[in-house]
Write a protein that binds this ligand. Sequence first.
Ligand code: MG
Length: 254
Amino acid sequence: MKILRFQTSIRGPRYGWLHEDRIGEVDGDPFNAFRRLDPDLPIESVQLLPPVRPGKIVCVGRNYQAHAQEHGVEVGDIPVLFLKPGSSLVGPGDPIILPPQSQQVQHEAELAVVIGRRGRWIQPEDAMAYIFGYTIANDVTARDLQRADTTWTRGKGFDTFCPLGPWIETEFDPADALITCHVSQELRQMASTRDMVFSIQRLIAFISSVMTLEPSDIILTGTPAGVGDLVAGDTVSITIEGLGTLTNPVVSEK
Ligand code: MG
């Protein structure tokens, strides 16, 4: 099942579900009790929004060996965690805005996990039961500012630096899915999720040993090798096999 959020020119933001190329409304809370209404809206007639409004966006750094190597750092014994603010979220088709403070903004194609149940101290063997579904994220990063600062908050936290979508797939197998990232037709990143250093089960166990995970929280599971610069006029398209494609244009801040 594909769950999304959308709006139209006459109706505000709401949850929906996708059937082929038509969208139906969701009556109720997708994280609790809900009904799917008839899919009567062509997908072209709506604006897709980020498919969830997360309580928190928890991100994992250096979770693919080859990406850590391209930055000359080792993968540690425990995952590197950081947070992105809710204000960084944008939906499918929304522009990534290059801020004037940075000379080097880069894409990071990532599998995003959407949490469906509240939990603390979740054991790895129980972790999959806490997942609502999966979507695609771009952990956009001002690399020069990330390197200049002690924490990654500024480099990772600008408005529009977390494109998410196009929808949440609840029946996705994350064990061996191909992630690709194209920037204006050029293939930049290609890897399988099987190359993650820390599995999704281990990530959920580790993160929930620090903070309570709650329905709608999302976890960005790290990016493979091949990150590269973005310039105004580019279009970034991230595809994850079984999930779809997240596409965003790149513009300069006025
Ligand atoms: Mg990342």
